[in-house]
Design a protein. Structure first.
Length: 424
């Protein structure tokens, strides 16, 4: 098996789950990654307060799960972020009461507050601790009486409740009540809940980009409308040049907008698709008529994604309008050029006719002039003959020779023109 196929097969086992029993306390944070090649080792040193005793993730090894004393650590490397999960035994009688400073080192807390994108603090308890009390009311009391969302998940082996509001440590508190919840099922449920939160916030990152793009398009669109209005009035040659410059500027700006936002919108669609898959995977069901967590999240995620889609489509639509405007303007310029060319051809034709007429006139004059000089030569010859005593009437014979001289001259000019055409 070649190395590429081997890597593809290894990808099936690249993300093993974390199995942990009930009760347990989970902390999951998503941190901004400076760039796709940034190493997680500084973050791990801040977390542990020492050099890690385990092998840090290397390039291509994006998922690692490690034992650190009594707690388990899971690290995932993404293109734009780090996802870190920590789990340890929980205290069912003191939920969400342990300060985060006791669970995480001060350097890591500082880094977390600087780079945090989103985070969850999940407390998992068994249903037996409720002592028969209503689950929603008991969960509401643990979460300071807030209005909660949630319901049955994992084939009714757990109920999940949260107010989905960041606490003082900027983490969202989530309460999971297990109903014969096995460690494996718990690990899968927590993993899906953390994925939902991570990919939800990453998908919604496209919303500010879409809103900014909409504002820029609001500035560009009136300029394009003004160009189209001028095109409808059939502008002259000078205006056409100005319109072409304006269309070029608008086109460059819109193409820059599209290129700048394309990655963010594409990533948002991919993240939103993962969130939808995780919604189905948790299998949430309504419990006692309360608002489900997945429905609550869809209320914001859905409009955000539709805004991104609308902004992207609007930008593409304006780019197509610009292309059509440029085509119309180019057509106008082509027609203007054709009219100018036709005018030039007509002028050239008139000049050619004038040249032909002038040439014919010159030919006629040249024949007359040559015939005149030829007749003069004949007259001199006849006068010379009369002077020698020959019986010649110079005047009579000179007059009779004129038609012959003109005819010979005409044939001579024609022959010369034919030879010149052959030489060309």
């Amino acid at each position: 098996m070649n190395s590429e196929n081997q890597l593809l097969n290894q990808e099936l086992h690249a993300r093993p789950g974390i199995n942990f029993s009930v009760p347990s306390c989970w902390i999951h944070v998503l941190l901004q990654r400076p760039d796709s090649q940034a190493s997680p080792e500084p973050m791990l040193r801040d977390l542990l307060g020492r050099e890690p005793s385990f092998e840090s993730p290397e390039s291509g090894d994006r998922y690692r799960f490690m034992q650190d004393g009594s707690r388990l650590l899971g690290l995932e490397l993404h293109t734009e972020s780090y996802a870190l999960t920590m789990v340890e035994a929980g205290q069912a009688d003191a939920l969400f009461s342990r300060p985060l400073s006791e669970q995480l080192s001060a350097p890591f807390l500082q880094r977390m507050h600087e780079d945090l994108i989103t985070g969850l603090r999940i407390e998992v308890v068994d249903v037996s601790v409720l002592a028969g009390e209503d689950e929603y009311l008991w969960a509401q009391r643990q979460l300071d009486g807030a209005q909660l969302v949630g319901g049955w998940m994992s084939d009714r082996h757990a109920s999940v409740w949260t107010d989905y509001r960041p606490d003082a440590d900027c983490l969202i508190r989530v309460l999971v009540i297990g109903h014969q919840l096995t460690p494996g099922r718990l690990g899968r449920l927590v993993h899906r809940l953390s994925d939902i939160d991570d990919y939800r916030i990453m998908a919604q990152r496209g919303l500010p980009v879409a809103q900014g793009l909409m504002r820029e398009l609001n500035e560009v669109e009136p300029r394009l409308d003004a160009v189209m209005a001028l095109l409808a009035r059939e502008p002259g040659a000078s205006q056409q040049e100005e319109l072409l410059t304006e269309i070029t500027r608008i086109s460059a700006r819109v193409e820059h907008m599209i290129a700048r936002s394309a990655y963010r919108f594409s990533a948002s669609r991919a993240y939103a698709a993962i969130v939808e898959q995780r919604f189905k995977a948790v299998g949430e069901e309504v419990q006692q008529g309360h608002l489900r967590l997945t429905i609550f999240l869809k209320k914001t995620l859905g409009p955000a994604m539709r805004t991104c889609e609308a902004a992207e489509q609007r930008a593409q639509s304006i780019a197509e309008r610009i292309s059509r405007a440029a085509h119309v303007l180019n057509t106008m310029v082509d027609l203007q050029n054709k009219r100018q060319n036709q005018s030039i051809l007509r002028s050239m034709e008139q000049q050619a006719r004038m040249q032909v007429t002038l040439q014919m006139a010159v030919e006629g004059l040249s024949i007359v002039a040559i015939s005149y000089y030829g007749t003069g030569l004949v007259n001199y010859l006849l006068k010379s003959a009369a002077a020698l005593g020959l019986p010649v009437d110079a005047a009579l014979y000179t007059g009779l020779s004129i038609p012959l001289v003109v005819l010979v001259t005409w044939f001579g000019v024609r022959l010369a023109k034919k030879k010149l055409k052959l030489l060309r």
